[in-house]
Design a protein around this ligand. Structure first.
Ligand code: PSU
Ligand code: MN
Length: 306
């Protein structure tokens, strides 16, 4: 079994039975520019704490898988120049070569499986890319096979959202709209697409997840939490920028794991920084909801034992 480098805080929380929320780190290393990336990492951790749970940011330093990064480690990961974007297939490379990097949604979920963490917050999951039918994020594979609750603001709007939802349906991953029947589209609250079920409270989400796993499924439960209204950008406004960025990625021959970071950065330039503000707001919003879900899950586990 892979060796885990557990932070003191994680050890204490796990031993003391305190609610835990995992946070990913590709968003720091590849999703946001400096210095907003480190500030966001701290803000997300604070948001989780304010809701009464313990944040555990996951990432690799010198080939070690950290379950929880302290402030100095977070700072290092956010500023390191030689950092990889680490999905599940990269774990062995990173371990063998003592490398550093941010774990993607899929990578973070794999780490959570080893650490026994059940709730995780990210911004937007990866999915099926537009006009590139074989560019399918490993995030979807992880969601299909690792039973935990993942909170996002939908799939990233740069993707082919109908195809992404089809894939999730094929893989038996329920998509829960939080307070909505519509699948949110990351920067926008609307997509014109439906979720598979709706939940209106953290407790309801926990009950749903329990019923899902009791039915014998091993897939994750994906919670789609719409971006707060104040920071949302209408889909009609975003779509031309997304199309332009996708076109440029194609023309410049960008492919593989570089596609998503390229698109996010290009869209940020095209929107004059507005898309990044939206991205930051939805990340914090997801951290808060994940903390509430973790607390509710924890309370329900205690009730069951009692
Ligand atoms: N959410 C964000 N920004 C990001 C990501 C999520 O707000 O940068 C990252 C996640 O780590 C996700 C990755 O797993 O983007 C998807 O990359 P790809 O499409 O190459 O699988
Ligand atoms: Mn890809």
């Amino acid at each position: 079994m892979i060796q885990l480098h557990r932070s003191n805080e994680f050890e204490k929380a796990a031993g003391g039975n305190i609610s835990i929320v995992a946070l990913e780190s590709t968003v720091l290393t590849h999703g946001l520019p400096r210095p907003q990336n480190l500030k966001l990492a701290h803000d997300m951790e604070r948001a989780v704490r304010e809701e009464g749970a313990i944040p555990v940011t996951i990432g690799f330093l010198d080939g070690q898988l950290h379950i929880g990064l302290n402030d100095a480690e977070l700072e290092r990961l956010a500023n390191e120049t030689n950092v990889l974007k680490i999905g599940p297939r990269d774990f062995a490379t990173v371990t063998a070569k003592n490398l550093c990097g941010g774990t993607t949604v899929a990578g973070t979920m794999l780490a959570c499986k080893h650490a026994g963490i059940k709730v995780f917050a990210t911004g937007g999951i990866g999915g099926v890319h537009r006009d590139a039918p074989f560019d399918i994020s490993a995030d979807l594979q992880a969601l299909a096979t690792i039973p935990m609750i993942v909170v996002c603001a939908g799939a990233k709007a740069i993707l082919d959202l109908p195809a992404t939802l089809e894939y999730l349906e094929t893989m038996s991953v329920p998509v829960l709209g939080y307070g909505t029947d519509e699948f949110p589209a990351f920067y926008s609250r609307e997509s014109g697409l439906k979720v598979s079920a709706r939940c209106d409270s953290p407790g309801e989400i926990v009950e749903f997840a329990r019923a899902h796993w009791e039915a014998g499924l091993q897939s994750a439960v994906l919670v789609a939490n719409p971006i707060p209204e104040a920071e949302a950008i209408p889909k009609s406004q975003m779509e031309p920028y997304i199309e332009q960025a996708n076109r440029e990625a194609y023309e410049q021959g960008i492919h593989g794991k570089e596609v998503t970071p390229f698109l996010l950065q290009r869209i940020n330039e095209l929107t004059g920084g507005k898309s990044m503000q939206a991205n930051l707001a939805l990340l914090l919003n997801n951290a808060r909801l994940a903390a509430q879900i973790a607390k509710s899950l924890h309370a329900s586990q205690r009730r069951r034992v009692a």
